[in-house]
Design a protein around this ligand. Sequence first.
Ligand code: HMG
Length: 390
Amino acid sequence: MKAGIDLISFYSSNYFLDLKTLAEARGVDFNKFYIGIGQEKMALPPPDEDIVTMAASAAQPIIEKVGRENIELVVLATESCIDQSKAASLFVHGLLGLPKRCRAIELKEACYGATAGLQLAAAWVEKNPEAKALILASDIARYDLGSPGEPTQGCGAVAMLVSTKPRIMTLDPECGYHAEDVMDFWRPTYRGEALVDGKYSTRVYLSTIIEAWNQYRERSGRTLSDLARCCFHLPFTKIAEKAYERLAKACGLPSPTDADFELRLRESLRYNRITGNSYTASLYEGLNSLLDHSTADLSSQRIGLFSYGSGCMAEFFSGVVQPGYRQHLFTEKHLALLNNRTELTFQQYEDIFNYGVPEDGGNHSMAPYRTGPYRLAGIKDHKRLYEKSR
Ligand code: HMG
């Protein structure tokens, strides 16, 4: 019996800013963004969407497909929390009408949180083979306006149903991990925007991948050529090429060519390139992009996955795509969402960015924007009020 991802669904906002618009406003050559960091667009949540509504919207197609039965664990991983005490998973639990006989918690370790959730859930369903777990990764990446991190903002959520009869991917038991106390990226509780030592964070990402890989390799006996494709945590898509190059070097392989990048990586980068960083959802957004776009049938193929969370936690692990997986994807929904988004002007971007959630404890209702199936209706007495938008 092998646990793994039974279903996977992705959601992002209906609004985006083209990085050409940002480049023009900031007086930068847009190729720095399009080519230099490999990002074209960034998704921005309107004021009536947050990590709760995005997570619920990502999970809704899964619930519609398989129902709520036997979901006994809900983990919401995020670093964009909306409450210092109450778990965001409980709001989602309510919105989705999940069974009361359930554990619902929130997890945090920067962009690594969802991987911790996935691994915990896989071990848990192996002990409880009839039960299912819902792992939600939901984040909004925000940096100061005009800072080097600004073009790497974005948002998104991924929902994964974890079971012992996974239709999408089984998880291999071998993994390699690495923990280290570093200050490469952080967000003190009094700030809405992350602080980051950008170049240092990239160096730490690229050195910890080797630590995690070496342990994965020792434990599994596999090398890079045993992995049909690789998915990486994607703060910006260009980092995947750098990471893959490092892995090839660590395995004593020649430097990857453009054709290698095309084959091993490109399909996993397509969503992130047009949504931006979705922090803890980003690795799984990349996996979803690979599954949705792969022209080759990936059945029985092994996929390598690298999860990185600043601070820092790194993990390399792998999984095997299940025969027939294509029938269980939500590809059309994902493409419809991303192809029908509304483009923002620079002024609209700054207005949305600067919109502050009311903090006075009054009775505020939120103007309706284009959202997914759930929205933040208002805030009253410091309580967030959610509703179904359609
Ligand atoms: P920067 O200083 O704006 O950019 O920072 P740069 O000067 O380093 O340029 C970027 C690349 O564009 C360079 O290529 C340039 O040569 C190229 P590279 O040398 O790296 O290969 N370039 C051009 N290419 C084509 N045409 C041009 C042109 N101009 C320049 N005209 C940085 C970039 C990523 C550091 C910044 O955006 C940043 O601070 N981002 C936020 C932090 C981040 O994403 N860190 C990544 C690792 S940490 C992580 O992944 C965790 C995270 O997701 C958070 C979490 O765990 O919670 C962030």
